[in-house]
Design a protein around this ligand. Structure first.
Ligand code: AHR
Length: 341
Protein backbone atom coordinates (compact mmCIF):
# COMPACT_ATOMS: atom_id res chain seq x y z
CA UNK A 1 0.00 0.00 0.00
CA UNK A 2 2.74 2.40 1.13
CA UNK A 3 4.93 1.40 -1.79
CA UNK A 4 2.04 1.93 -4.20
CA UNK A 5 1.29 5.39 -2.79
CA UNK A 6 4.95 6.46 -2.93
CA UNK A 7 5.12 5.13 -6.53
CA UNK A 8 2.10 7.19 -7.54
CA UNK A 9 3.54 10.22 -5.68
CA UNK A 10 6.79 9.88 -7.64
CA UNK A 11 4.86 9.58 -10.91
CA UNK A 12 2.75 12.67 -10.09
CA UNK A 13 5.95 14.56 -9.25
CA UNK A 14 7.55 13.58 -12.56
CA UNK A 15 4.40 14.55 -14.43
CA UNK A 16 4.22 17.95 -12.69
CA UNK A 17 7.90 18.51 -13.40
CA UNK A 18 7.36 17.76 -17.08
CA UNK A 19 4.44 20.18 -17.21
CA UNK A 20 6.55 22.93 -15.57
CA UNK A 21 9.45 22.23 -17.98
CA UNK A 22 7.06 22.30 -20.93
CA UNK A 23 5.64 25.63 -19.75
CA UNK A 24 9.12 27.11 -19.31
CA UNK A 25 10.82 25.87 -22.47
CA UNK A 26 7.96 24.64 -24.62
CA UNK A 27 6.44 28.07 -25.00
CA UNK A 28 9.87 29.53 -25.85
CA UNK A 29 10.31 26.81 -28.41
CA UNK A 30 6.96 27.56 -30.02
CA UNK A 31 7.69 31.30 -29.87
CA UNK A 32 11.07 30.83 -31.57
CA UNK A 33 9.60 28.73 -34.35
CA UNK A 34 6.32 30.49 -34.99
CA UNK A 35 6.96 34.12 -34.24
CA UNK A 36 9.70 36.65 -34.62
CA UNK A 37 11.00 37.99 -31.29
CA UNK A 38 8.61 40.60 -29.96
CA UNK A 39 9.71 43.97 -28.68
CA UNK A 40 8.61 44.47 -25.09
CA UNK A 41 5.42 46.47 -24.94
CA UNK A 42 6.87 49.50 -23.15
CA UNK A 43 9.72 49.76 -25.68
CA UNK A 44 7.44 49.88 -28.71
CA UNK A 45 7.30 53.07 -30.75
CA UNK A 46 3.76 54.43 -30.85
CA UNK A 47 2.75 55.78 -34.27
CA UNK A 48 -0.54 57.52 -35.04
CA UNK A 49 -1.46 57.31 -38.72
CA UNK A 50 -4.24 59.40 -40.22
CA UNK A 51 -5.10 57.96 -43.63
CA UNK A 52 -7.26 60.32 -45.71
CA UNK A 53 -9.77 57.73 -46.89
CA UNK A 54 -10.29 54.70 -49.09
CA UNK A 55 -11.32 56.28 -52.39
CA UNK A 56 -9.19 54.14 -54.68
CA UNK A 57 -7.39 50.85 -55.21
CA UNK A 58 -4.16 52.80 -54.78
CA UNK A 59 -5.28 54.06 -51.37
CA UNK A 60 -6.12 50.53 -50.18
CA UNK A 61 -2.63 49.41 -51.21
CA UNK A 62 -1.08 52.38 -49.42
CA UNK A 63 -2.99 51.55 -46.21
CA UNK A 64 -1.87 47.90 -46.41
CA UNK A 65 1.72 48.98 -46.87
CA UNK A 66 1.58 51.10 -43.70
CA UNK A 67 -0.18 48.39 -41.69
CA UNK A 68 2.37 45.78 -42.81
CA UNK A 69 5.24 48.06 -41.81
CA UNK A 70 4.17 49.24 -38.35
CA UNK A 71 3.68 45.83 -36.74
CA UNK A 72 4.42 44.71 -33.19
CA UNK A 73 7.09 42.39 -34.64
CA UNK A 74 8.84 45.47 -36.03
CA UNK A 75 8.60 47.15 -32.62
CA UNK A 76 5.60 49.42 -33.21
CA UNK A 77 2.20 50.09 -31.78
CA UNK A 78 0.03 51.49 -34.58
CA UNK A 79 -3.02 53.68 -34.01
CA UNK A 80 -4.71 53.91 -37.40
CA UNK A 81 -7.54 56.25 -38.37
CA UNK A 82 -9.40 56.51 -41.68
CA UNK A 83 -10.66 60.08 -42.21
CA UNK A 84 -13.14 59.17 -44.93
CA UNK A 85 -12.08 61.98 -47.22
CA UNK A 86 -12.77 64.77 -44.68
CA UNK A 87 -10.13 67.21 -43.51
CA UNK A 88 -12.06 67.80 -40.27
CA UNK A 89 -11.75 64.07 -39.46
CA UNK A 90 -8.00 64.25 -40.06
CA UNK A 91 -7.72 67.27 -37.75
CA UNK A 92 -9.64 65.36 -35.07
CA UNK A 93 -7.46 62.26 -35.47
CA UNK A 94 -4.24 64.27 -35.25
CA UNK A 95 -5.46 66.04 -32.10
CA UNK A 96 -6.35 62.72 -30.54
CA UNK A 97 -2.84 61.40 -31.36
CA UNK A 98 -1.40 64.46 -29.65
CA UNK A 99 -3.50 63.91 -26.52
CA UNK A 100 -2.46 60.23 -26.49
CA UNK A 101 1.16 61.44 -26.63
CA UNK A 102 2.18 59.17 -29.50
CA UNK A 103 5.86 59.12 -30.51
CA UNK A 104 5.25 60.00 -34.19
CA UNK A 105 2.35 61.26 -36.26
CA UNK A 106 2.11 60.20 -39.91
CA UNK A 107 -0.59 61.58 -42.14
CA UNK A 108 -1.63 61.78 -45.74
CA UNK A 109 -3.21 65.24 -46.13
CA UNK A 110 -6.42 65.19 -48.15
CA UNK A 111 -5.70 68.75 -49.36
CA UNK A 112 -2.61 70.93 -49.04
CA UNK A 113 -3.98 73.89 -47.08
CA UNK A 114 -5.39 74.40 -43.58
CA UNK A 115 -2.86 72.51 -41.44
CA UNK A 116 -0.83 75.25 -39.66
CA UNK A 117 -2.68 75.28 -36.34
CA UNK A 118 -2.77 71.52 -35.77
CA UNK A 119 0.86 71.11 -36.88
CA UNK A 120 1.85 73.87 -34.47
CA UNK A 121 0.05 71.96 -31.69
CA UNK A 122 2.02 68.80 -32.57
CA UNK A 123 5.25 70.77 -32.60
CA UNK A 124 4.52 72.28 -29.16
CA UNK A 125 3.81 68.77 -27.84
CA UNK A 126 7.23 67.69 -29.22
CA UNK A 127 5.77 65.09 -31.59
CA UNK A 128 7.50 64.80 -34.98
CA UNK A 129 5.10 64.76 -37.94
CA UNK A 130 5.89 62.82 -41.12
CA UNK A 131 3.85 63.49 -44.25
CA UNK A 132 2.93 60.48 -46.33
CA UNK A 133 1.95 60.51 -50.03
CA UNK A 134 0.89 64.18 -50.24
CA UNK A 135 2.25 67.54 -49.09
CA UNK A 136 1.05 70.46 -47.00
CA UNK A 137 1.28 74.10 -47.99
CA UNK A 138 2.75 75.84 -44.91
CA UNK A 139 5.20 78.75 -44.57
CA UNK A 140 6.95 77.30 -41.53
CA UNK A 141 8.80 74.25 -42.83
CA UNK A 142 9.72 73.19 -39.28
CA UNK A 143 6.10 72.10 -38.77
CA UNK A 144 6.88 68.68 -40.22
CA UNK A 145 9.99 66.51 -40.04
CA UNK A 146 9.96 65.10 -43.54
CA UNK A 147 7.73 63.83 -46.34
CA UNK A 148 7.63 60.43 -48.07
CA UNK A 149 5.72 60.35 -51.34
CA UNK A 150 5.67 60.87 -55.09
CA UNK A 151 6.93 63.65 -57.30
CA UNK A 152 3.52 64.51 -58.75
CA UNK A 153 4.79 67.26 -61.06
CA UNK A 154 7.24 64.77 -62.57
CA UNK A 155 4.38 62.29 -63.02
CA UNK A 156 2.33 64.88 -64.93
CA UNK A 157 5.33 65.75 -67.08
CA UNK A 158 5.94 62.08 -67.86
CA UNK A 159 2.36 61.85 -69.17
CA UNK A 160 2.91 64.94 -71.34
CA UNK A 161 6.23 63.69 -72.71
CA UNK A 162 4.72 60.28 -73.52
CA UNK A 163 1.90 61.97 -75.51
CA UNK A 164 4.42 64.14 -77.33
CA UNK A 165 6.39 61.06 -78.42
CA UNK A 166 3.27 59.08 -79.33
CA UNK A 167 1.89 61.87 -81.56
CA UNK A 168 5.26 62.21 -83.25
CA UNK A 169 5.37 58.45 -83.84
CA UNK A 170 1.90 58.53 -85.41
CA UNK A 171 2.85 61.52 -87.55
CA UNK A 172 0.33 63.81 -85.80
CA UNK A 173 2.84 66.14 -84.16
CA UNK A 174 1.45 69.23 -85.89
CA UNK A 175 -2.25 68.28 -86.02
CA UNK A 176 -4.90 69.58 -83.67
CA UNK A 177 -5.33 67.35 -80.61
CA UNK A 178 -8.36 67.72 -78.33
CA UNK A 179 -7.72 66.78 -74.72
CA UNK A 180 -9.98 66.48 -71.67
CA UNK A 181 -8.71 66.01 -68.14
CA UNK A 182 -10.33 64.10 -65.27
CA UNK A 183 -8.85 65.53 -62.13
CA UNK A 184 -8.47 64.14 -58.62
CA UNK A 185 -9.58 65.80 -55.37
CA UNK A 186 -9.37 69.57 -55.81
CA UNK A 187 -6.50 71.04 -53.80
CA UNK A 188 -4.72 67.72 -53.22
CA UNK A 189 -1.01 67.49 -54.05
CA UNK A 190 -1.59 64.75 -56.61
CA UNK A 191 -4.20 66.84 -58.44
CA UNK A 192 -2.11 70.03 -58.29
CA UNK A 193 1.18 68.34 -59.26
CA UNK A 194 -0.15 66.20 -62.10
CA UNK A 195 -2.09 69.13 -63.55
CA UNK A 196 0.96 71.43 -63.35
CA UNK A 197 3.25 68.83 -64.89
CA UNK A 198 0.97 67.91 -67.78
CA UNK A 199 -0.18 71.45 -68.61
CA UNK A 200 3.40 72.73 -68.64
CA UNK A 201 4.23 70.22 -71.41
CA UNK A 202 0.91 71.01 -73.16
CA UNK A 203 1.79 74.72 -73.17
CA UNK A 204 4.78 73.92 -75.41
CA UNK A 205 2.41 72.64 -78.12
CA UNK A 206 0.15 75.05 -79.94
CA UNK A 207 -1.75 72.17 -81.52
CA UNK A 208 -2.79 70.69 -78.13
CA UNK A 209 -6.16 71.98 -76.94
CA UNK A 210 -7.31 71.22 -73.42
CA UNK A 211 -11.07 71.42 -74.02
CA UNK A 212 -12.03 70.90 -70.39
CA UNK A 213 -10.85 69.77 -66.97
CA UNK A 214 -13.20 68.63 -64.20
CA UNK A 215 -12.77 67.21 -60.75
CA UNK A 216 -13.89 63.56 -60.41
CA UNK A 217 -12.51 63.02 -56.91
CA UNK A 218 -10.30 60.04 -57.75
CA UNK A 219 -13.34 57.71 -57.83
CA UNK A 220 -14.68 55.45 -60.53
CA UNK A 221 -18.30 56.61 -60.19
CA UNK A 222 -17.39 60.28 -60.57
CA UNK A 223 -14.98 59.42 -63.39
CA UNK A 224 -17.84 57.89 -65.33
CA UNK A 225 -20.19 60.81 -64.61
CA UNK A 226 -17.70 63.49 -65.64
CA UNK A 227 -16.65 61.57 -68.74
CA UNK A 228 -20.29 61.20 -69.77
CA UNK A 229 -20.69 64.99 -69.53
CA UNK A 230 -17.55 65.56 -71.58
CA UNK A 231 -18.81 63.18 -74.28
CA UNK A 232 -22.12 65.05 -74.43
CA UNK A 233 -20.39 68.42 -74.67
CA UNK A 234 -17.56 67.54 -77.09
CA UNK A 235 -17.86 65.36 -80.19
CA UNK A 236 -14.20 65.32 -81.03
CA UNK A 237 -12.22 64.21 -77.98
CA UNK A 238 -8.89 62.63 -78.97
CA UNK A 239 -7.19 62.18 -75.61
CA UNK A 240 -8.30 61.62 -72.01
CA UNK A 241 -5.84 62.39 -69.23
CA UNK A 242 -7.27 60.73 -66.14
CA UNK A 243 -5.42 61.47 -62.91
CA UNK A 244 -5.94 57.99 -61.42
CA UNK A 245 -6.87 54.45 -62.45
CA UNK A 246 -10.24 54.41 -60.68
CA UNK A 247 -11.47 57.43 -62.66
CA UNK A 248 -10.05 55.78 -65.79
CA UNK A 249 -12.16 52.65 -65.23
CA UNK A 250 -15.31 54.80 -65.02
CA UNK A 251 -14.30 56.93 -68.00
CA UNK A 252 -13.67 53.90 -70.21
CA UNK A 253 -17.13 52.56 -69.36
CA UNK A 254 -18.70 55.89 -70.35
CA UNK A 255 -16.72 56.03 -73.60
CA UNK A 256 -17.74 52.48 -74.56
CA UNK A 257 -21.38 53.18 -73.72
CA UNK A 258 -21.22 56.15 -76.10
CA UNK A 259 -20.18 53.79 -78.90
CA UNK A 260 -16.58 54.91 -79.10
CA UNK A 261 -13.45 52.82 -78.63
CA UNK A 262 -10.40 53.35 -76.44
CA UNK A 263 -6.70 52.63 -76.29
CA UNK A 264 -4.26 51.26 -78.83
CA UNK A 265 -5.91 51.54 -82.27
CA UNK A 266 -9.07 53.05 -80.70
CA UNK A 267 -10.84 56.41 -81.12
CA UNK A 268 -9.64 57.92 -77.86
CA UNK A 269 -6.14 57.73 -76.36
CA UNK A 270 -6.16 57.01 -72.61
CA UNK A 271 -3.48 58.28 -70.23
CA UNK A 272 -3.82 57.12 -66.63
CA UNK A 273 -1.94 57.34 -63.32
CA UNK A 274 -1.25 54.81 -60.51
CA UNK A 275 -0.65 51.51 -62.35
CA UNK A 276 -2.60 49.21 -60.05
CA UNK A 277 -2.86 45.61 -61.28
CA UNK A 278 -6.35 45.89 -62.83
CA UNK A 279 -5.20 48.89 -64.82
CA UNK A 280 -1.97 47.18 -65.89
CA UNK A 281 -4.08 44.32 -67.24
CA UNK A 282 -5.89 46.93 -69.33
CA UNK A 283 -2.55 48.32 -70.49
CA UNK A 284 -1.55 44.78 -71.52
CA UNK A 285 -4.79 44.35 -73.47
CA UNK A 286 -4.36 47.76 -75.13
CA UNK A 287 -7.36 49.49 -73.46
CA UNK A 288 -5.16 52.01 -71.65
CA UNK A 289 -2.33 53.48 -73.72
CA UNK A 290 -0.05 54.51 -70.89
CA UNK A 291 -0.10 54.30 -67.10
CA UNK A 292 2.21 56.54 -65.09
CA UNK A 293 3.07 54.71 -61.91
CA UNK A 294 2.39 56.18 -58.48
CA UNK A 295 4.00 53.87 -55.91
CA UNK A 296 1.78 53.20 -52.85
CA UNK A 297 4.38 51.02 -51.07
CA UNK A 298 5.55 53.71 -48.71
CA UNK A 299 5.58 51.74 -45.43
CA UNK A 300 9.18 50.56 -45.79
CA UNK A 301 10.37 54.08 -46.56
CA UNK A 302 8.57 55.38 -43.47
CA UNK A 303 10.22 52.71 -41.31
CA UNK A 304 13.64 53.80 -42.53
CA UNK A 305 12.87 57.46 -41.84
CA UNK A 306 11.80 56.68 -38.27
CA UNK A 307 14.94 54.57 -37.75
CA UNK A 308 16.98 57.59 -38.76
CA UNK A 309 15.05 59.94 -36.49
CA UNK A 310 15.40 57.46 -33.59
CA UNK A 311 19.15 57.38 -34.21
CA UNK A 312 19.23 61.18 -34.09
CA UNK A 313 20.28 61.41 -37.74
CA UNK A 314 19.45 64.28 -40.05
CA UNK A 315 16.64 63.48 -42.49
CA UNK A 316 16.02 65.03 -45.91
CA UNK A 317 13.04 67.35 -46.48
CA UNK A 318 11.55 64.88 -48.97
CA UNK A 319 11.94 61.27 -49.98
CA UNK A 320 10.53 60.30 -53.35
CA UNK A 321 9.45 56.70 -53.98
CA UNK A 322 10.60 54.90 -57.14
CA UNK A 323 8.15 55.00 -60.05
CA UNK A 324 7.95 53.74 -63.65
CA UNK A 325 5.87 54.22 -66.84
CA UNK A 326 3.88 51.33 -68.32
CA UNK A 327 2.75 50.73 -71.90
CA UNK A 328 1.79 47.60 -73.82
CA UNK A 329 5.52 47.13 -74.52
CA UNK A 330 6.65 46.58 -70.94
CA UNK A 331 3.68 45.05 -69.08
CA UNK A 332 4.72 41.41 -68.93
CA UNK A 333 2.87 38.41 -67.43
CA UNK A 334 5.55 38.20 -64.70
CA UNK A 335 4.96 41.82 -63.77
CA UNK A 336 1.22 41.19 -63.51
CA UNK A 337 1.75 38.11 -61.36
CA UNK A 338 4.14 39.89 -59.04
CA UNK A 339 1.95 42.95 -58.61
CA UNK A 340 0.53 42.78 -55.10
CA UNK A 341 -2.06 45.55 -55.55
O1 AHR B 1 -2.24 60.94 -53.81
C1 AHR B 1 -2.16 59.79 -54.58
C2 AHR B 1 -3.44 59.60 -55.31
O2 AHR B 1 -4.50 59.47 -54.38
C3 AHR B 1 -3.54 58.37 -56.18
O3 AHR B 1 -3.20 58.60 -57.48
C4 AHR B 1 -5.00 58.12 -56.13
O4 AHR B 1 -5.42 56.91 -56.67
C5 AHR B 1 -5.26 58.34 -54.72
O5 AHR B 1 -6.52 58.29 -54.32
Amino acid sequence: MFRKRSYSLVMTGILMGMIVLLMMFGSRLFLDIDEEPRVEEEKRIVVGVSQLGSESGWRTANTESVQNAFTTQNGYFLIFNNARQKQENQLKAIRSFISQRVDYIIFSPVVETGWETVLQEAKEAGIPVILMDRNVDVDDQSLFATCVGSDFVAEGEKAGRWLEKELRKRGYAEERVNIVMLMGTEGSSSQIGRTTGFTSVASEHESWHILDKECADFTSIKGKEVMRDFLRKYQDIDVVVSQNDDMTFGAIEAIRESGRTVGVGGDIVILSFDAVRNALEMVASGDINVDIECNPNQGEYLLRVIDMLEAGEQVERRYYVEEDIFTIENVTQELLQERTY
